[in-house]
Design a protein around this ligand. Structure first.
Ligand code: 5GP
Length: 208
């Protein structure tokens, strides 16, 4: 089947699971992809850049985007608003790209209900809660209070891993990268149901 349209790969997991590093590591090996840059009301962290890591906006601007129906999905995570812009995703999908989302479990549910037939989802986690804590401490970008919130959230999110197609326990970075590469390649092969229906019609090319 000649596949023209794009596909979606959702990556979820606690901050500190290594999602960003894994994506960077496999970027050259998974073909043409678009990484969805979310809009958020959370303050910019040190080392982050507007338009690279997020589009940073205030509450009012975020509300305007909701009212204008600009989001494919949006949610409150750790007390801040996060949203996925619809337009660039639509464009990337029409261009046949694999669209990568780094979104939370609520986002995964929303994307699955809207784009389920072309979506593959992966939950990425460190092997244990204590390892996650260690990684967050080493990263030291968060206050003690924020870190506590992240650990609490991680305990809640891990309860929902059965909602994902795959789980990667990111213990060995190179091994995890290889697994993610395979998943990304397979994700690209997902076919929208309307294309399948067209294919079936074309396939029945003789009268019985
Ligand atoms: P952080 O503030 O550490 O960058 O991200 C916090 C959480 O928000 C992560 O779990 C991340 O996956 C999630 N997140 C980032 N962007 C979005 C988004 O557009 N929608 C949803 N639902 N979650 C998001």
């Amino acid at each position: 089947m000649n596949k023209q349209s794009g596909a979606v790969l959702v990556l979820s997991g606690p901050s500190g699971a290594g999602k960003t590093s894994l994506i960077k590591n496999i970027a050259d090996d998974i073909g043409d992809f678009y990484f969805s840059i979310s809009t958020t009301t959370r303050p910019m962290r040190e080392g982050e850049q507007e338009g690279v890591h997020y589009h940073f906006v205030n509450e009012e601007e975020f509300k305007k985007d909701i009212e204008a129906d600009n989001f494919l999905e949006y949610a409150v995570v750790h007390g801040n608003h996060y949203g996925t812009s619809l337009k660039p995703v639509r464009e990337a999908l029409s261009a046949g790209k694999l669209v990568l989302f780094d979104i939370d479990v609520q986002g995964n549910t929303a994307i699955n209900s809207r784009l389920g037939d072309i979506t593959t989802s992966v939950f990425i986690t460190p092997p244990t809660l204590s390892e996650l804590k260690k990684r967050l401490q080493n990263r030291s970008t968060d206050s003690e209070e924020v870190m506590k919130g992240r650990l609490k959230m991680a305990k809640l999110e891990i309860q929902r891993i059965s909602e994902y197609d795959y789980v990667i326990i990111n213990d060995d970075f190179e091994e995890s990268s290889e697994i993610l590469k395979l998943i990304a390649k397979a994700a690209r092969m997902k076919i929208p149901s309307e294309d399948i229906n067209c294919f079936i019609q074309e396939w029945e090319d003789i009268e019985q």
